[in-house]
Design a protein around this ligand. Structure first.
Ligand code: SF4
Ligand code: SF4
Length: 385
């Protein structure tokens, strides 16, 4: 099969698994460091290695990446090498030096997690009293520094009702908002809190309605990869006009803090580690024939029962690999698919509420274009995208 894949557009790099919070939904159950995390020297060498492999951008996350003492040395190397930089933080580790350092990096995005507009609920989800206030002040300070701020909200049963309040908190402030749904990989998360299909579809509806109601300047909002696909009604949820399948090992990659290379860190399973940058270069792992076969070499015959016979199976690949594994224990079988949910609703209903919903959505004025949103989410806020 593949002999060469262009370097990843983006590598999501878990700098450390250490974290000062204990978030309920944390997919990697962060808290303490991984055994044998990359040393400062190894981390800097990995930056060079990523550049050589043709990587376009790096998103530094954790755990909490700002806990690493060499965070700025690594981030600076990423920028010196000409790669885009995003930082994903819980926003509770802060100092004058951090804000100054972030500004000097000219990052594409500083993304801060915010799970509720209600401070007590956010603190409960994040496992620390006062976390909401700290993250809020981090966001305010980054905005004051002119940094491109994003907020990431991870939705589950505890906070789904917070979405309208979060929308009101965020709109009009120049903050880009990414809405994603929680998985059940983490050890602190109870499966009872996972969204059911109706909740999941409601999250899609919420994002769609925001996108149709507000301009990209008023409220730039996107749904993450797992919110999709091929819906007849919800056509304006993700950052892309067309879903092209799970991009793990195709245009994105993940690196664990111990050097393990994966297609996507959301798939929190050691069986999906393709190699380690301590033993070979990133390029050699990325370009190895047969690597990331679950995404690169997918054939529609491999689709599971949820996706078998779907007209989009070939290009969709059966949805999000993480969602599929988490929900059904196998790949290419994502049951949380807007198209499949709509088909089931249409088959079950007689009175046409789905059709009425479509008419209501169609009646919403305005709308944020994919092009404009693409510009905002790639760090071109305030400029023509
Ligand atoms: S049914 Fe499966 S293959 Fe078809 S669009 Fe949904 S996730 Fe993709
Ligand atoms: S596993 Fe899901 S979140 Fe990860 S790259 Fe694939 S679609 Fe995106």
């Amino acid at each position: 099969m593949n002999t060469f894949y262009r370097g990843p557009a983006c590598v999501v790099w878990e700098l450390t698994l250490a974290c000062n919070l204990k978030c309920l939904h944390c997919g990697s159950t962060a808290g303490g460091k991984r055994e044998a995390e990359l040393s400062p020297g190894e981390a800097l060498a990995l930056c060079d290695d990523l550049k050589k492999a043709g990587c376009g951008g790096v998103a530094l996350m954790g755990g909490e990446p700002l806990l690493r003492k060499d965070f700025f040395a690594i981030a600076r190397r990423v920028r010196e090498l000409g790669m885009e930089l995003s930082v994903i933080t819980n926003g509770t580790v802060q100092s004058e030096g951090i804000f100054r350092g972030l500004r000097e990096l000219s990052p594409r995005a500083v993304a801060v997690s915010l799970d509720a507009a209600d401070p007590a609920l956010h603190d409960r989800i994040r496992g620390q009293k006062g976390a909401f206030e700290k993250s809020g002040s981090f966001i305010d300070r980054c905005l004051a520094e002119g940094l491109p701020v994003s907020v990431i909200t991870t939705v589950h049963k505890l906070n789904i009702a917070e979405l309208p309040k979060l929308r009101d908190l965020l709109k009009g402030r120049g903050i880009a908002w990414q809405v994603q749904t929680a998985g059940a990989e983490g050890g602190r998360f109870s499966r009872d809190l996972l969204l059911d299909k109706e909740d999941f579809y409601a999250v899609g509806l919420f994002v769609e309605a925001c996108r149709r109601h507000y301009s990209a300047e008023e409220l730039p909002v996107i749904g993450a990869h797992d919110l999709g696909y091929h819906s007849a009604l919800l056509t304006n949820v993700s950052l892309y006009e067309k879903w092209k399948g799970c991009q793990a090992g195709i245009s994105v990659a993940g690196i664990r803090s111990d050097g393990g290379v994966m297609g996507c860190l959301a798939v929190n399973d050691a069986a999906f580690v393709e190699g380690n940058v301590r033993r070979e270069s990133f390029a050699s792992i990325w370009n190895r024939p047969g690597a990331f076969a679950y995404a690169r070499a997918f054939k529609k015959e491999q689709a599971g029962p949820e996706c078998a016979g779907c007209e989009h199976a070939e290009t969709c690949g059966g949805g999000c690999s993480e969602m599929s594994l988490m929900k059904t224990g196998r790949l290419h079988n994502d049951p949380y698919c807007f198209l499949a949910i709509e088909k089931k609703m249409l088959a079950a209903e007689k009175s046409g509420p789905l059709r009425k919903l479509g008419l209501k959505l169609g009646g919403l004025a305005g709308g944020a274009s994919f092009r404009r949103l693409g510009g905002i989410f790639s760090g071109k806020r305030g400029r023509d995208a």
